[in-house]
Design a protein around this ligand. Structure first.
Ligand code: NAD
Ligand code: UDP
Length: 324
């Protein structure tokens, strides 16, 4: 059994590669390193069941090996990354979906699309169920990510309906853990780096917006179960433990022994006010629910970041930009 994972040098892609290898699969990774790092795959260098292809998935790809699965995870994913790379993001979601779907079709492989809670936009239904169609601004700055994923979902369903491809769609909610890039600009990595450096945490807006954070091992377990299932309709994978951003700052301050008061910066355009997954479908169809709560997940993630030499040199992107 062998799967191909695009975005394999990224945060989630590299953990997924580990999980598939642990389950006895061979893995072909694909990445162009636009936001990923070879460090995330260094431990697989000598594993003969793993092979990495450096390739931009916005252009077509063929591989010689037989494939049983294709998982399309390549895309900038942190808001500062996709706002810096708007066209590449639309291309990774749009062209990337078409090329990976074609590849899966040629290999008669199961296809899994990494979609996102961002397809719900700034939601008017809370918590978000899979049958909610969302509230997205297609021409706002975040539209490049949200609409790329919505297009990729539509294309995935079209390949399923018109070509009979075996497909699945995972709508991933905010996930965190080891191998996040310290400077990637997402809230968990920003707060942990800031806490460890004794800098103030940068809270956008008044910090009353909510998110629901899922530890990476739980997320990867849900994705793996979805891959091994026959489910076609989208499934939310996330941890319904919802907190405000200000509460997250308080928890990270505790775990990093930081006493600096947070600084408040402007809220990004179209930043969703609330976000929380309804995971009834994942519970029912995949017998999945998250096992690691925010306290334990943050403890593990802080431990990982404290061991990174890079953290000492990374001034979180937002503080850098705020002072420049
Ligand atoms: P990441 O930035 O760490 O990883 C993305 C990887 O894709 C990187 O290694 C990057 O170099 C690669 N990539 C980007 N464009 C590419 C291209 N055109 N060709 C080849 N490789 C390319 O992000 P992540 O958090 O690991 O996210 C992985 C996937 O999961 C993304 O599709 C993202 O939209 C989705 N997702 C993640 C989260 C989360 O909380 N982490 C939430 C929702 C959805
Ligand atoms: N955020 C924040 N400070 C930061 C980074 C992010 O207050 O340094 C906020 C951001 O405005 C959003 C939430 O934290 O409301 C989650 O942001 P993230 O970029 O991690 O992911 P999103 O859920 O927006 O995709």
């Amino acid at each position: 059994m062998r799967v191909l994972i695009t975005g394999a040098a990224g945060f989630l892609g590299s953990h997924l590669a580990d999980r598939f290898l642990a389950e006895g699969y061979g893995v072909v990774g694909v990445d162009n390193f636009v936001t990923g790092s070879s460090d995330n795959l260094a431990h697989l260098e000598r594993d003969r069941r793993f092979r990495l292809i450096q390739h931009d998935i916005a252009t077509p790809l063929s591989v010689d090996e037989a494939l049983d699965g294709v998982l399309h995870f390549a895309s900038p994913a942190s808001p500062p990354d996709y706002l810096d790379l708007p066209i590449q993001t639309l291309q990774a979601g749009g062209f990337g979906a078409c090329h990976t779907l074609d590849l899966a079709l040629r290999h008669r492989a199961r296809y899994l699309l990494a979609s996102t809670s961002e397809v719900y936009g700034d939601p008017q239904v809370h918590p978000q169920t899979e049958d909610y169609w969302g509230h997205v601004n297609p021409v706002g700055p975040r539209g490049v990510y949200d609409e790329a994923k919505r297009y990729a979902e539509a294309m995935t369903m079209a390949y399923h309906r018109a070509r009979g491809l075996d497909t699945g769609i995972v709508r991933i909610f905010n996930t965190y853990g080891p191998r996040m890039r310290p400077g990637d600009g997402r809230v968990v990595s920003n707060f942990i780096v800031q806490g460890l450096r004794g800098e103030p945490m940068t809270v956008y807006g008044d910090g009353s917006q909510t998110r629901s954070f899922c530890y990476v091992d739980d997320c990867v377990d849900g994705i793996f179960r979805l891959f091994e299932s026959t489910r076609v309709d989208p499934v939310n994978i996330g941890n319904p433990e919802e907190v405000t951003v200000l509460e997250l700052a308080r928890r990270v301050m505790q775990q990093t022994d930081s006493s600096e008061a947070p600084v408040f910066l402007p809220l990004p355009v179209d930043d969703p006010g609330v976000r929380c997954p309804d995971i009834s479908a994942a519970r029912r169809c995949l017998d999945w629910s998250p096992q690691i709560g925010l306290r334990e997940g943050l403890r593990r993630t802080v431990r990982y970041f404290s061991g990174l030499a890079a953290v000492a040199n990374v001034r979180s992107r937002v503080l850098r930009e705020a002072v420049s």
